[in-house]
Design a protein around this ligand. Structure first.
Ligand code: GDP
Ligand code: PGA
Ligand code: MN
Length: 583
């Protein structure tokens, strides 16, 4: 027996009987195990060695060209009642979904190794952490899970102590898009994923467990599982505020989490600490504040655009011991993507680079790397109690209308601001790019239950905690008439975070508008930034007619969730709409 926990051993036996692997490997998470997986994948071609002089321990994985992003149209939440999955999810009955998946899994591991991966999401000793076991036939998934989670013997020991865990079954199958499904059974704490090797579809600890299943668990247990980065901002006096921010995929979470302060701020002594770049689990503490952990142990970041000017921290993090997926390579076998100096000779599909074939690196090409390698990795990131959150930030790609920053007037208004979030779609999911869609709390693809119930759950924290964070909305992506971004973004976003902290500490007055509070004249520190006053006016203006139309659209969106939308949220929408009408 490989586990003394009977329920775990029995499930592994059942899966083996269904999938019929040649052998079973229980992952211990050791270095030796990782090295032997790498050697094996180098032999099969699953990994390609990159230049070990410039990038020690770095490898390239080229996925099947049809398997490069999350597949939202093939992702299902299988609650017993269809109504509970909500219009925000695709639904199948648990019985149908199991039947369909088990037919695919039948015999699918013949001749292959079945890996059993015990993992812990969050610091191994934290009461906020939760464990799972992923079974997969992909060594690439094992290697990535080792970096992204606390995987192996310690996690297995915790699972055997606690007796409960999330079950995730995965096979890359034939990588046939017609035979590809990602199914979630929140009531059974179970995930079944077939036919894809891509991160969000295959590394089941991440989006599947830590967001879809966990959001449903969190609702039952009184906490929040959110698609948020966590960053610590330390001022020159040595005081640190932690901020959690929800942006949709490929809208700047990793970049904000690793922000490098502008030169002037660095000289004053400002520091930025990375706690997490994608997922945040929060719960009220005894003092009435929300405390957050990052359930992950690594970064699965977007490569294109990562450069010395945008995110030098990330570049330093990925200089060694990193798995790159679907990037291009240079003549001397270094990883390459759009935004880096030098030039590619081979594109992400392994073809000689030809601009006629599109970008050299896939727009959703990724790096997988241990968070410990990040120069700004926060010592508090391993804290079992988590970090207290001072501010929650929502944001997306909004080329027009939405100002650079505004603050919700209270928690309920903040929940409306999060629910109303919109963003242009990106390459992180298959489908059209650049289409504006609503993406409440950046959780549209990840909320494991009915959005109406989810908004009600958010509102319920008003009663559960009396020192809740302030809620803000940002937009780094406003465009001018020429189509260029109006705001420099990246490191300069600290200027906006500083204003938020000033608001939290009562140092900034702000200027009230019907949609919320914006910085008053002079409150954003811009003296050392080359930006025209007219541009700042445009970035902070509240366009009354445009916002009236937006509130109308938000009202229709809320109505689309039917009777489960909390009345409180609709009242907030009406309050803001009326305030706009009075202007
Ligand atoms: P994530 O998937 O949410 O973690 O997003 P990333 O941080 O990886 O960023 C996705 C893309 O947005 C990259 O191409 C970044 O260069 C770009 N990006 C991130 N932050 C900013 C910003 O402040 N301004 C602009 N214009 N682009 C940004
Ligand atoms: P991200 O998503 O873009 O939010 O990092 C990762 C994924 O798509 O799996
Ligand atoms: Mn990211």
């Amino acid at each position: 027996m490989a586990s003394k926990l009977e329920s775990l051993q029995r499930w592994v036996n059942e899966v083996a009987a269904l999938t019929r692997p040649a052998q079973i490997h229980w992952c211990d998470g050791s270095d030796a195990e990782y090295q032997s997986l790498v050697q094996q994948m180098l032999q099969t071609g699953d990994l390609i060695e990159l230049n070990q002089q410039t990038h020690p321990g770095c490898y390239l994985h080229r996925s099947n060209p049809s398997d490069v992003a999350r597949v939202e149209h093939l992702t299902f939440v299988c609650t017993p009642e269809e109504e509970d999955a909500g219009p925000n999810n695709h639904w199948l009955s648990p019985a149908d979904a199991h039947a369909r998946m088990d037919a695919l899994f039948e015999g699918c591991m013949e001749g292959r190794t079945m890996y059993v991966i015990p993992y812990c999401m969050g610091p191994i000793d934290s009461p906020l952490s939760r464990c799972g076991v992923e079974i997969t036939d992909s060594p690439y998934v094992v290697a990535n899970m080792r970096t992204m989670t606390r995987m192996g013997a310690a996690a297995q020991a915790r699972i055997e102590r606690e007796g409960s865990f999330v079950k995730g079954l995965h096979s890359t199958g034939e990588l046939d898009p017609e035979r590809r499904f990602i199914m979630h059974f929140p009531h059974e704490l179970t995930i079944k994923s077939y036919g894809s090797g891509y991160g969000g579809n295959a590394l089941l600890g991440k989006k599947c467990h830590a967001l879809r299943i966990a959001s449903s668990q969190a609702r039952n247990e009184g906490w929040l599982a959110e698609h948020m980065l966590i960053v610590g901002i330390e001022n020159p006096k040595g005081e640190t505020h932690y901020i959690a921010a929800a942006f949709p995929s490929a809208c700047g979470k990793t970049n904000l989490a690793m922000l490098i302060p502008p030169e002037g701020y660095r000289q004053e002594g400002w520091k930025v600490w990375t706690v997490g770049d994608d997922i945040c689990w929060m719960r009220p503490g005894a003092d009435g504040r929300l405390y957050a952990i990052n359930p992950e142990a690594g970064f699965f970041g977007v490569a294109p655009g990562t450069s010395t000017s945008s995110n030098p921290n990330a570049l330093e993090t990925i200089a060694r011991d990193t798995i790159f997926t679907n990037v291009a390579v240079t003549a001397d076998n270094q990883p390459w993507w759009e935004g880096l100096p030098g030039k590619p000779v081979t594109d992400w599909q392994g073809r000689p680079y030809d601009p006629a074939n599109g970008p050299a690196a896939h727009p959703n090409s990724r790096f997988t790397v241990s968070a410990k390698q990040c120069p700004t990795w926060s010592p508090k990131a391993e804290d079992a109690q988590g970090v207290p959150i001072s501010a929650i930030v929502f944001g997306g790609r909004r080329p027009s209308l939405v100002p650079l920053v505004f603050e919700a007037r209270d928690w309920a208004h903040g929940v409306l601001v999060g629910a109303a979030m919109g963003s242009e779609t990106t390459a992180a999911a298959t489908g059209a790019v650049g289409v504006l869609r609503r993406d409440s709390m950046a959780m549209k693809p990840f909320c494991g239950y009915h959005y109406g119930d989810y908004f009600a759950h958010w509102l319920s924290f008003e009663e559960q905690a009396d020192k809740l964070p302030k809620i803000f909305h940002v937009n780094w992506f406003r465009k001018g008439k020429d189509g260029a971004f109006l705001w420099p973004g990246f490191g300069d976003n600290l200027r906006v975070l500083e204003w938020m902290i000033d608001r939290v500490e009562g140092r900034a007055e702000g200027e009230a508008t019907p949609i919320g509070t914006v910085p008053a004249d002079g409150e954003l520190r811009l003296h050392d930034l080359d930006i025209a006053p007219a541009t700042m006016d445009e970035l902070l203006a509240v366009d009354q007619a445009g916002w009236q139309a937006e509130l109308g659209a938000i009202g229709e969106y809320l109505d689309s969730f039917g009777g489960r939308i909390p009345a409180r949220l609709q009242q907030e929408q009406q309050r803001v709409a009326q305030a706009l009408a009075r202007e």
